[in-house]
Ligand binder design. Structure first.
Ligand code: DQA
Length: 142
């Protein structure tokens, strides 16, 4: 079974970007950690990152077309703005788990609304890189 791990804008800079908020792990570090855990769980992961909203929409459609078991989605700033991502999640039957490194509810008010969360099966936020791993654990049980 394949699990897509889709990452939105600025997450290519993870490790360098506001490390006091997002931690020192890079997206490659997270990919390695997830691959190890996925192997133990008998899963495969396909991890991608884009700074472009439409790529994330296309990849959600692709997850459906490929029969993915689940999508872990850290839509980053698009979480709070993107009706297109909300609609894409509603348009597919693959369960989507919303993931955040930080806890958006502890932060600025504009991060308190999640459009993605209105269609996600569940949300894991606030545990740094561990948020991704916890989301994978949940996906493994679907
Ligand atoms: C984030 C939280 C978002 O509010 C922010 O725009 C990000 C990262 C997180 O993983 O904590 O870019 O999704």
């Amino acid at each position: 079974d394949i699990v897509f791990v889709l990452n939105g804008p600025n997450l290519n800079l993870l490790g360098l970007r506001e490390p006091e908020i997002y931690g020192s792990d890079t997206l490659n570090d997270i990919a390695g950690m997830l691959e190890d855990r996925a192997r133990e769980l008998g899963l495969e992961i396909d991890l991608r990152q884009s700074n472009h909203e439409g790529h994330l929409v296309d990849w959600l459609h692709e997850a459906q077309a490929e029969g993915a078991k689940a999508v872990l989605l850290n839509a980053a700033a698009f979480t709070h703005t993107s009706v297109a991502l909300l609609d894409a999640i509603k348009a597919i039957t693959v369960p989507v788990i919303e993931v955040h490194l930080s806890n958006p509810h502890r932060r600025e008010a504009f991060r308190h609304v999640s459009l993605v969360g209105q269609a996600a099966k569940g949300t894991i936020a606030g545990f740094g890189a561990l948020s991704y791993r916890l989301a994978l654990e949940a996906a493994a049980r679907f």
